[in-house]
Design a protein around this ligand. Structure first.
Ligand code: AHR
Length: 873
């Protein structure tokens, strides 16, 4: 509320005449008017709830026009979030209820309530019909029995039937009953707004209420203008601007402890980040488990045979499921050879990248029904028949056996393929066919791609969040990521559909995630679904309809407790033993567990989250549970998520927001006013998004600017991770990402270097600095940011300065209460034009003292790392 009133005052000041006319005395204004609420059919009904007002019900004034006061959050991202025929109703205590139809097929309607028509509580979507739709719902209140009656009609086979249900609380409903169509209230009216006829409900309301709606809309317009500011208009905004002088006084006597975990990474299997990415497996669909359902049937070629083909089209290649290697991996290949020389080819993930002189581990599960030894030649070949490497294996047994061999590559290539060529005619069954470089990150078996893993490690992330994002809570209950399916021998892991539209082998599973954390000294941060699927689920009745059934919550919670035992338990414990057998007898020292991922904060969520939180707290008080507060920096999920977390005493919450550079520039104070007694914050997903979603100096500098604010608030913001982390060229579902890659190359973005500079120059105490500018205009002040931290391990003082202006800033730095400074410090500068996507940081030395100068180039991020001879205070 405070934030809104500050912005409102600002609005009044800045909008001048327009705003002042809003604030004029009411004497010339009507004190009650008609309010019309409606939605339009534009963008397939996804534009939400609009209002218009009138004093005579003849001439209507749209607010906005068509400003969205309420947005439907049902179903999958985009086209499913429809609001059709909204019906607004005010009850006796003044609470507004809005109900609407969701689509033409589902037997559910939507409900939301509000006290002021501006802040709407989380929505619910009660299912009232099976196999029938629910159209034009309307609501009335019966004061005598204190209940609401909701009626609608269903259309099936050309006939309409009206139904109703009743509720006292919009949570519990009686089963739907038929009613005569003539009993419907039919209170919707048609009015003409800006020449268009719209249908909705009319209410007599106070002018004050309408005035608040108008102010809300105007404030939103004002904020959007600020947040849309970007460097393209800097030449106008800063025309004639002269270089700025800045005096930065760093006062060592004013310092506070901040989190030493601030910079980490967010790993999600999106954009082929895992299979075909960080996971070093070179063969695609190695277990023949690709399924039409991975792509919801939209790609008929996406099946068990995907990326495999017969050499020269000879012989036959079929799929069988009788007596598989493991029930979790039911499909396998039957290769029939009629002519020696033919065989099966795997195309890899857009080809296989191999390096001359390097060794590759090949393994295969095979069985030979003929009981005769069968030799298979294994070759890495080029498109023109070049042989890059060759080996062979012999299949002895009519039972499944794992056979291994090593290939040494004689020539580097980026588009090799793997051939399996039986040396005799007949059939052979094959499964889990794998090819790994021997050189994986830290040489682990089933390990990670070295170049990608090293690029991540170079950030010096203090934590790694995994396995997502939306992948964590999945598209529908069946798609929730279950950690137990991702450990153990690869042939026994349970692959699954990836909600980003492909397949996850789970070869990169919990053991590999924890091992990577261990390898690079990052805290593991697994995030587990809060017993509810993704808020944007489409599978299983729009996902949000249900959580894990209560009868299964006990075992669901036990899985989470088992994870903690698996990670931290002694080797004698059931789950600790499994970890040890997998190769890590030492505990992984798990300290943090995230529960939920930007879920809709519904009753279904709250009930399950509370159960999980209480169980973990009771059994493992040493674990810091991180709750979730929705996908935005504001709104009902944010507000209600925070309420729940505060009520339960959840130690930390996970916030997400992807915003424009303008938002980051104008919201640097976002955490300055956070209540330090409430839960700490993990900013789990953030990134600066420009139209068209590029990454460049402009996005990188707005990240860098905002990170100065996060460091300043490092006493309440404990962790932060840019998202998403990885994207394979040609397979991205989301832009921008921090690191792009192909099979052979890693292509970090400019934003990556900001993360790396922060990760490598983090501190654990924050030192207050004061910035005095020669030009103190707000537009200038907000584009220069400074943060000073000390790293207690090295005792280095680290000064970070961001300049998002088109001119240089000449700074004088005064260091107070800091002595014995080494005369030369390391300075790193990242700079370029705003649209530069190739800029790289340049590091050199700078002479420093207690009073030294440093120029900050136009559009730049400067880090100065100052060494001290001995500890100061
Ligand atoms: O980072 C990409 C996606 O953004 C995440 O999966 C989800 O949590 C968020 O909506």
């Amino acid at each position: 509320m405070k934030r809104t009133s500050i912005l409102l005052s600002l609005l009044v000041l800045l909008l001048g005449q327009t705003a002042l006319s809003l604030a004029t005395p009411m004497s010339n204004q009507p004190d009650s008017v008609y309010l019309f609420s409606y939605s339009t059919t534009k963008n397939s009904n996804t534009n939400g709830l609009h209002f218009a007002w009138s004093i005579d019900q003849k001439s209507w004034n749209p607010i906005g026009p068509e400003f969205r006061f309420l947005f439907c959050d049902y179903g999958r991202w985009g086209a499913e979030k429809r609001m059709i025929t909204p019906f607004l109703f005010q009850n006796q205590d003044g609470t507004w209820h809005c109900i609407w139809s969701l689509n033409e097929k589902d037997g559910a309607f939507a409900h939301a309530e509000s006290k002021d028509l501006v802040y709407w509580k989380p929505q619910s979507y009660p299912i009232v019909m099976t196999n029938k739709n629910c159209l034009e719902p309307e609501v009335s209140y019966n004061a005598a029995d204190q209940q609401y009656k909701i009626s609608w009609f269903s259309v099936a086979g050309g006939t309409s039937q009206a139904y109703y249900t009743t509720t006292k609380d919009f949570k519990n409903y009686i089963p739907a009953k038929e009613m005569p169509l003539t009993d419907r209230l039919n209170l919707r009216k048609k009015v003409v707004i800006s020449g268009n006829t719209e249908t909705g409900t009319v209410h007599k309301v106070s002018w004050e209420l309408v005035e608040e709606l108008i102010k809300t809309q105007q404030l939103a317009v004002y904020k959007n203008q600020l947040w849309a500011e970007n460097a393209k208009t800097d030449s106008v905004r800063f025309a004639g601007l002269q270089p700025i002088d800045a005096t930065i006084t760093i006062d060592n006597s004013k310092s506070k402890k901040i989190s030493d975990l601030l910079v980490g990474v967010f790993f999600e299997d999106i954009n082929y980040a895992a299979d075909g990415g960080l996971y070093a497996e070179l063969l695609q669909n190695r277990d023949f488990e690709y399924a039409l359902s991975d792509k919801e049937g939209k790609d008929k070629s996406w099946n068990s045979q995907k990326v495999w083909h017969l050499k020269d089209g000879k012989g036959s290649f079929t799929i069988d499921t009788v007596s598989p290697v493991h029930p979790n991996n039911p499909h396998y290949a039957i290769l029939k050879t009629d002519e020696v020389g033919s065989g099966l080819i795997n195309e890899g993930f857009d080809g296989i990248a191999v390096k001359s002189g390097e060794k590759y581990n090949f393994s295969i599960f095979a069985r030979n029904p003929n009981q005769k030894n069968k030799k298979l030649v294994i070759r890495l070949t080029g498109k023109n028949g070049e042989v890059y490497g060759e080996t062979s294996v012999v299949v002895h047994s009519p039972k499944w056996e794992k056979i291994e061999a090593v290939l040494t590559v004689s020539q580097s290539a980026t588009d090799a393929q793997l051939e399996i060529i039986p040396q005799a005619t007949g059939t052979v069954a094959l499964d889990v066919i794998s090819l790994f470089p021997q050189k994986t990150f830290k040489d682990h078996k089933n390990g990670l791609r070295t170049d990608l893993a090293q690029t991540i490690a170079d950030i010096h992330p203090r934590f790694i969040r995994f396995p997502g994002g939306c992948v964590t809570h999945g598209d529908g209950l069946e798609n929730i990521y279950r950690w137990k399916n991702t450990i153990g021998p690869i042939e026994s892991r349970k692959p699954q559909r990836n909600l980003w539209g492909y397949h996850q082998t789970t070869g990169l599973g919990y053991f590999e995630y924890f091992q990577f954390c261990d390898d690079i000294g990052a805290e593991p941060l697994p995030v587990i679904a809060a017993g509810v699927p993704c808020q944007n689920s489409a599978t299983g009745g729009a996902g949000q309809q249900g959580g894990v059934p209560m009868c299964d919550m006990g075992s669901y919670i036990q899985d989470i407790l088992d994870l903690i035992e698996w990670a931290n338990g002694d080797v004698k414990t059931k789950w600790g033993k499994l970890r040890a057998e997998a190769g890590h007898p030492k505990p992984f020292n798990l300290k943090y567990v995230g529960i939920g991922n930007e879920d809709l904060i519904t009753d279904i969520f709250e009930e399950r989250f509370t159960m999980i939180f209480n169980a973990v707290k009771e059994k493992h008080p040493e674990i810091t549970v991180i709750g979730t507060v929705g996908p935005s920096f504001e709104g009902p999920d944010y507000v209600e998520g925070w309420k729940i977390a505060t009520k339960l005493g959840v130690p930390m919450v996970d916030e997400h927001y992807y915003q424009s550079p303008g938002w980051f520039i104008h919201n640097q104070d976002y955490y300055d006013k956070y209540d330090r007694s409430k839960p700490k914050v993990y900013l789990g997903e953030y990134a600066s998004h420009l139209p068209g979603r590029p990454t460049n100096i402009e996005t990188a500098l707005s990240d860098a600017l905002y990170l100065t604010a996060l460091e300043r608030n490092g006493d309440v913001v404990s962790m932060a991770s840019y998202a998403p982390l990885l994207a394979k060229e040609g397979h991205t579902q989301w832009n921008p990402d921090l690191i792009y890659f192909s099979n052979a190359e890693v292509k970090p973005t400019v934003d990556y270097f900001v993360q790396k500079l922060y990760g490598q120059n983090s501190g654990d105490s924050y030192i207050t600095s004061n910035v005095k500018l020669s030009d103190n205009k707000e537009s200038i002040r907000k584009r220069i940011a400074v943060s000073v931290v000390r790293d207690s391990k090295s005792n280095d003082l680290i000064v970070k300065m961001v300049n998002i202006l088109p001119i240089a800033v000449n700074t004088k730095l005064k260091l107070e209460g800091i002595d014995a400074i080494m005369p030369s410090a390391i300075r790193t500068v990242l700079t370029g034009t705003p649209d530069d996507n190739k800029a790289r940081p340049v590091t050199g030395n700078i002479a420093v003292s207690n009073n030294f100068s440093c120029s900050l180039p136009a559009y730049s991020f400067t880090v100065i790392r100052i060494k001290q001879e001995r500890a100061t205070r």
